[in-house]
Write a new protein. Sequence first.
Length: 239
Amino acid sequence: MSRRHKEQETESNYKPQQAESRADGSHERDNSFLDKILNFTITKRDGTKDRFSLDKIVSAVANAFMKASVSDEIEVDDKYLKIPLQYVDENIIKEVQKKSKGGRNPVKRLFSRISDSKVVEYFHNTLCAVKEKCIELYESITQYSTCFLKAANQFFSPEDDPYGKISHYHRILECEVVELPSRKTLNNWLRWFEDWRPAVTYEDRREKKQRARHRLWERLIDWIKKYLMELAPEYAVAY
C-alpha cells in the first residue's frame, strides 16, 4: 500500500461523522431543544412570535444592571422587569424595534368602545359628582385620578390591564386637568392599590392607616363604577 493511500485512509478514519436524521424524528427534536436554549421567544399580544439571541438579551440586562447605580431606576413587579432605555445597548433596542414592526399598533385611545373625548368628559362629570355627593370619599386629585382609571377600566374594558394604558391616560388628561399627577405617580399609586395586603399578625399605626386608605379607595372605585352606570348605561354590558 502506498504512503499516499495510507494517508487518505487515516484521514477517512478521523473524519467527523455528520449526525443523520432518524426515522422517529429524534434529530429534529434535538435541534429544536438547542434552539430553545440558544434563543429567547417573545409572544406579542396579537399572537405572533419573535425570536432573539439569548446571549444578547442576557448581556444587555447584565450591562444595564451594572450601569444603573441608583436602585429605584430599575422597576421589578410580578410580571415585568423595567429598565430605562438609556442603560440598554442601542443595538438591542434597534433589533427589538425592527422585529416589532407590523405587530400590535400603539394605543390610539384609552378604551376601544368609547372615544377619549368622552372619557375626559366623564372624568370631569364624575369628579364634580364625587365632590358634591360623596366628598367624604375624596382625598386628592391624585387619589381620584388613580381610582377613576381603575374604575373606568373595569367598567369599559375589564379584560384589559390598566397598567398598559397609564401613559395614554395621562396624555389625554394633562391639558384638561389642573394639578394632574405625573404618569409615574399614577403608576406608583395604582401599583400600591393593587399590591397592598393587610398585615398577617400585628398591625402598627402605619399599617392601620394604609388599611383605612385602601378601604376608602375601594369605596371610591365602587362609587365611580356605579356613577358611570348612570352616565353611560349603553356600556353596562361591560360592567
